[in-house]
Unconditional design. Structure first.
Length: 150
């Protein structure tokens, strides 16, 4: 029989993938926030890091819902890749996509309302990559390393 401590260690080391297929409705963003906080908590992220991940994932999902989804698509997909030291999250939509020039870092001196989501995601996560193709959808990949904020 595997004792509890050994079991926890085994869980910690495993590289797992969790996939959510999410209806294109804003009310499900809170479900994704709860899911990621459970995953990140298990991986050993602290409360502040978990809050950062929750804010970043909410912005990415809100973008998928508001900008990404087109009439033929009624869902988007979130993948969580857990590794011992880092969590990588992908948010995919098969929506209308956009030109990469739309996704630019705002100039902090002339902030206006809107256009802050990607900036916030980049500030809170360690690595962020966005791939968008007009008409073919968007993928945002974001990574957070455990204990990197100290
Ligand atoms: N999933 C997506 N599909 C298509 N376009 C996107 C997607 N995500 C972002 N974009 C484009 O990138 C721009 C910048 O996104 P960002 O989240 O920074 O700002 P916003 O959503 O316009 O405003 P805010 O997030 O502050 O409410 C969007 O206005 C949109 O044109
Ligand atoms: Mg946004």
């Amino acid at each position: 029989m595997v004792d509890v401590k050994e079991q926890i260690n085994m869980n910690k080391k495993s590289n797992d993938v969790i996939t959510l297929s999410v209806p294109n409705k804003p009310e499900y963003v809170s479900v994704i926030r709860l899911t990621v906080s459970g995953i990140a908590n298990r991986m050993g992220f602290d409360i502040e890091e978990i809050e950062d991940i929750k804010v970043a994932i909410s912005e990415a999902c809100t973008n998928a819902i508001t900008h990404g989804i087109c009439e033929e698509e009624n869902k988007f997909v979130v993948d969580f890749f857990t590794e011992e030291e880092k969590l990588t999250i992908y948010v995919y939509d098969n929506g209308k996509g956009c030109l990469s020039s739309n996704i630019k870092t705002p100039n902090i001196g002339e902030l206006k309302e809107g256009g802050l989501g990607v900036f916030i995601i980049k500030s809170l996560m360690d690595d962020v990559e966005i791939t968008s193709n007009n008409g073919k959808g968007t993928v945002i990949k974001m990574t957070k390393r455990v204990g990197d904020d100290v």
